[in-house]
Design a protein around this ligand. Structure first.
Ligand code: HEC
Length: 257
């Protein structure tokens, strides 16, 4: 039943890897870099970095529209945690959190927190502490579209993400990350896709709770929302396309939902 997620691949090396020193991009971004250095911490505050929180728009919708906002919010948070784990111990849905690939995912999440989260946010919403100072803004992964690494729409293939991370994005604050090495960048790319899918699911879970109440997400309920979203949304197949693993075919009923 439980299988490692294909985008993560096998763990190919053992032991902790040396963490390269953090650095910002240079050159034409000198002023932005200077401002960033002065105005913002290089990474998220410790406490902030520990917990994935619901996006403010989710909290607002539940507060305004759910009969019992506290129960509704708890149901969404609990379902997301069941499927994707926590910021410190993330895993893919239906994957045993103690599987070796999931332990390397925790390492990858730590690299993401150090290198990416201050711009893209812990949850990938593009709202990290450095984001107010940047133009263009750090990309919001939860949109599920990646104009540069997947110009045709949807989620990018891992190879394209790795290339983008190696090259950075000229005339934006998005740095080059070649120093992390292709293997690490592949893992980070997989983690970006995890964040993308997790935060897109968050919105669907909010919809489900508002339509049917918190019990809609109990037992297999949240997983069904995820499966329905995958089946109805061609973009969701992109990560599977990036690997060899065949995805279950969606049924006509799923499509109709
Ligand atoms: C200093 C801020 C900053 C940091 C650090 C940063 N990014 Fe970005 N990133 C950006 C900005 C800004 C953009 C959007 C540029 C635009 O819209 O033109 C971006 C865009 C992206 C995109 C969208 C590309 C696409 O396909 O359209 C991805 C994916 C991404 N970043 C991943 C990462 C990852 C992974 C890390 C960490 C390894 C990271 N970024 C670190 C600022 C940053």
């Amino acid at each position: 039943m439980q299988r490692p997620h294909p985008t993560l691949g096998p763990r190919t090396s053992s032991g902790p890897k040396p963490r390269p020193a953090r650095r910002f991009s240079r050159g034409s971004l000198g002023l932005a870099t200077l401002l960033l250095g002065i105005l913002t911490p290089a990474c998220l505050d410790e406490a902030q970095a520990k917990e994935w929180v619901l996006h403010e728009s989710s909290v607002q919708r539940l507060t305004e529209q759910a009969p019992d906002p506290t129960a509704a919010q708890a149901a969404v948070e609990e379902a997301l945690e069941r499927l994707y784990g926590t910021a410190l111990a993330p895993h893919w849905p239906m994957v045993d959190p103690s599987a070796p690939a999931m332990q390397s995912l925790a390492e990858t999440a730590a690299v993401y927190r150090d290198e990416c989260a201050h711009c893209h946010g812990l949850e990938g919403y593009g709202n990290g502490p450095s984001s107010p100072f940047l133009n263009p803004k750090p990309w919001n992964f939860s949109l599920g579209v990646f104009p540069r690494s997947a110009p045709g729409g949807g989620e990018p293939k891992l190879d394209a993400l790795v290339r983008l991370l190696e090259d950075g994005i000229p005339s934006s604050a998005m740095p080059k990350f070649g120093r992390l090495g292709a293997e690490r960048l592949r893992e980070i790319g997989g983690y970006v896709l995890l964040l993308t899918q997790r935060s897109r699911l968050e919105h669907r879970l909010v919809e489900a709770v508002l339509a049917e109440g918190p019990t809609a997400l109990e037992s297999e309920g949240a997983l069904q929302v995820l499966e329905t979203m995958r089946a109805a949304d061609a973009q969701f197949h992109a990560p599977a396309n990036a690997t060899q693993e065949p995805q279950p075919k969606e049924s006509a009923e799923d499509k109709a939902q």
